[in-house]
Design a protein around this ligand. Sequence first.
Ligand code: GLU
Length: 384
Amino acid sequence: MVSKRLREIPASGTVSISDLVSHLRAQGADLISFSMGEPDFVTPDNIRDACKESLDAGFTHYTPSAGIPELRKAVASMAFSNNKIHCTAQNVLITPCKHAIFMTALAYLDPGDEVILPDPSWVSYEACIKLAGAKPRYVPTKFDENFIIDPGRISEAITPKTKMILLNSPSNPTGSVMPYKTVKDIAKIAIENNLMVLSDEIYESIIYNGKHFSIAAMPDMFDRTITISGLSKTYAMTGWRIGWAIASESNIKEINKLQTHSISCCVSFTQPAAVEAITGPQKEKEAMVREFRKRRNLAVDLIREIKGLDVNVPKGAFYLFPRYDSKVKSDILCTKMLEEAHVAVTPGSAFGPSGEGFFRISYATSEDQIQEGFSRIKKFMLSL
Ligand code: GLU
């Protein structure tokens, strides 16, 4: 009875592993999980207090479908001050980040359209593209090039059916950060070929080296770009499901049509808290990024001590994407690692064909867990 559309789509690789980890832990398993891309910190107090206040004030009804005006305005000001995207509240739609990606695919892709995206890239892009009836066209990125997408390879992948380029910098799963010149060259390609760009910038604040550049801020790019970001990773707010899309007013109206027919609006009482997150003190956010940097350095050092693994030092996000020296397929390797070493990681193949031979580690967890997890991985790799 299941639709043809859905039959082709596997469940999310990242979410499935995380569900499995919860299930095994509930049965008493002593697991170390590097699976889910989720900060282990608790959302800062000022943000939780703002949420409690809005609940106590009875702010528990529908909001305008595109979000409360104060939050749309706060997001627009932040997008201008941090990323030089010239926009106003009317250019912002408040919605969970993943839903924004899903709605953008439904709003702009027709059956037969092609979307160019980096390989490897996050597990749900391919699903969203296929659910809209379109085709993903992967452009390989390479370990030896720090997984930075090559604009020349994007040009080669363009066909008369190409409708959109999908970007994600800092990248999940590789942690690569696109330099200015790459962003500029891709903007040129998008303009010359009249393509839209979906730019997922959810890790924009988690950068250790280099700087984040929004493609929507490049000349003549705003009207053809949908920029997506949110609070989940920056403020440890994954469970709140709150983010946004930034685009031209007419694009926001179109995407919002889908919002009115799906979730109606984002959860009401989280929205004033999101205003507090963006406009309130930023010290805790900065401390979290400092902590992620320490963990990245520790995890890279520990991986480099393990024979059979090789890793780049990522410039952003909180993932490592090590290459392993074995012919075993990554999904089999990761299942074995879970069963034998009790460490959960995500197989590289979940992120696209170029991810085969790699696995992803989310190091958004404590230093103790990192130490213990890598000592287990070390023993496991020796046993292979
Ligand atoms: N984006 C995170 C990850 O890749 C959370 C899970 C998901 O949405 O896929 O682990």
